[in-house]
Structures are given as structure tokens and as C-alpha cells.
Design a protein around this ligand. Sequence first.
Ligand code: NAD
Length: 314
Amino acid sequence: LPGRFGFIGLGAMGFPMAVQLCRKLPSTTSVAVFDINKAAIENFVGKVDNPTRIYAAQDAKDVAEHADCIITIVPEGSHVKVVYLTSETGLLAADTAGKLFIDSSTIDPGTSLEVGKAVSASQSTHPPSFYDAPVSGGTAGAEKGILTFMVGAAPDDPKFPLLKEILLCMGTSVNPCGGPSLGLAAKLSNNYLSGLIALATAEAMNLGMRCGLDPKVLSNCFASSSGGSWVNSTVNPVPGVSPDAVTSKNYEGGFKVQLMKKDMTLAIEAAKQVGAKLVLAGSGLAAYAAASEDPQCRDRDSRVVYRWLGGHEP
Ligand code: NAD
């Protein structure tokens, strides 16, 4: 493993991922961190076991100057471009020779390919590498270090064993998806599916409860029947059904409803480009878009669509 790591984006996902990374890397490895939110950097330095190994960087370029492997996880494609391509302070403003860049943000495949090309072109004698490696598993998975990574690399890519070793510091499943941007294609397909499953589970729970069922009884029926799912059993949209999940904590934290709207939109754009017919996309996107604008739902976990539907909350 490289002896100098960098991490950019200490948000709901990035913060616990970086904590796990520091825990699993050898204690001699340095970690340079940056976020435009200064408080996130300060909290991070206070949270890790061995703060002396942490370097609080001034900007993305400063991270690249202090690291040989840099992981980025920021909200959208526009933020990824800012982090990599800003002329004076971006990652590519540093000497990138031989460095490894891993972007775990969920963004559109086109932007990822564009940034990947810019990374390759930034140094000709010893070109750096760039991989898309979006994640699934939510903030709880990030805190426990049990994320799934979908990597834009072929299984026989010579760098894949190294990527796997690095990503296993933060997760338990690292999937080579075939080539550049295919990690994102897998992630967008997955979130399209999980967003619709969450909405369908919220609707079905609301239906059954209005008919008189106790929510836990109903969720247990789903779990051992054809309507069961990870959402139903782990992060059921109805408060109280999954007591440890964000859905039982006023939907605070987790995967923001606006991010689900973003991922649905990205999936629909990708589907248009490849001619994939999506029958349920319109209703799904409309529900998440409306919930994103609702003051009772905005900034809360995406399973808050149950609240948006008018479901009963204990
Ligand atoms: P978040 O908004 O909580 O965190 C993003 C962080 O990036 C913030 O701390 C922000 O200050 C920082 N940031 C933004 N622009 C920056 C810049 N130019 N330089 C440095 N830092 C910058 O978002 P999140 O929930 O952590 O999500 C990040 C990405 O991971 C998104 O693409 C999201 O779709 C994806 N994701 C999120 C979850 C989840 O459950 N939250 C799960 C899987 C994937």
C-alpha cells in the first residue's frame, strides 16, 4: 500500500469512510484530508485515534502534494470537477506523476470519463490513474466499514488488486465492473432499483397499516414473503419498525432525499442515452422531487417518502 493517502469530502459518507481508512491503514501511513467545510476537518482530526498522522490540507492541490493515493467523495459531478480541475487549487494543479485517484462520488458517467481523461493527460512521462468506485451501504455501512464498492475496472486490470486492498479498508465487497465509468453504471442501476423499492415499500406499508395492520407484523409478513427486501428488513420507511435505523430517528442522517432525486435523475439520463425503457421512472422521480421540496422531508433520509405519502407516524 502507498505510504501517503489523501481524502477529500468529509461528509455523511466520507467522514466515516476516512475514519475506517485511518483505522485499517498501517499506523505509519499519513493521511491528508480536505473539505470546503473547515468544521468537518476539525471534527475529523478530533475523532481519529492517531491525529499526528493527519495533515489538514488547505485545498485539493495541497492534498495531492501530500499523497500518492487520493480518494474523493463529494455530492455531484460539478463538485468532482471543482476538486480535480480547478486551475490553481485543484488536484491536477499538483504534480500527479504515478498517483492513484479513486472517486467514490455518485455522478454521471460522462463527467467521470471527462475527469479520468484529464487525470491521464495531466502527466505524460509517468501517467496517473483514475477509477470511478461509487459505494453502496449507506452511512451505517460506512461507519461499520462494510460498504460495497462498484469499481470502473476490469477484473484483470493490473491495478485492481491494489484498488481492492485499499477499498477493503472501508468495505467488504469490491466489484470490478468492467472498465471506466461502469462502476457508476452499476451504482445508478442499483439506486434506481433501491429508490423504487423504498417507495413501493412505503406505499405498501401505508396501505396495510391503513387497513388496520400493525407495522411490525406487516414488515415481518413481507420479510418472509415475496415483498421482502433489504429496505423492508433493515431500514423500513415506517418509524419504529427498524429501531436502529435512521427511519426511527426522525430520518436524520442517512441518504438525503435530494441525493435520491439526483440519482434517479442520473439513472433516467443514462437510460435515455442507451435506449433503456423505464416505465416506473416518472412516478419515482416525481415522488422524490416533491419530497425534496417539502420542508418536513428535505435534508432527511430518502425513506422519508413515507412521510411525504402521508403515512401514520407513531
Ligand atoms: P454530503 O453532502 O454529506 O457530503 C459531501 C461533502 O463534500 C461535504 O462535507 C462537502 O462540504 C464536501 N464538498 C463539496 N464540495 C467540495 C469541494 N469542492 N472540495 C472539498 N469538499 C467538498 O454527501 P454524502 O451523503 O457524503 O454523499 C457524497 C456522495 O456519496 C454523493 O455523490 C452521494 O450520492 C454518494 N453516496 C451517499 C450515500 C449516503 O448514504 N449518504 C450512500 C452512497 C453514496
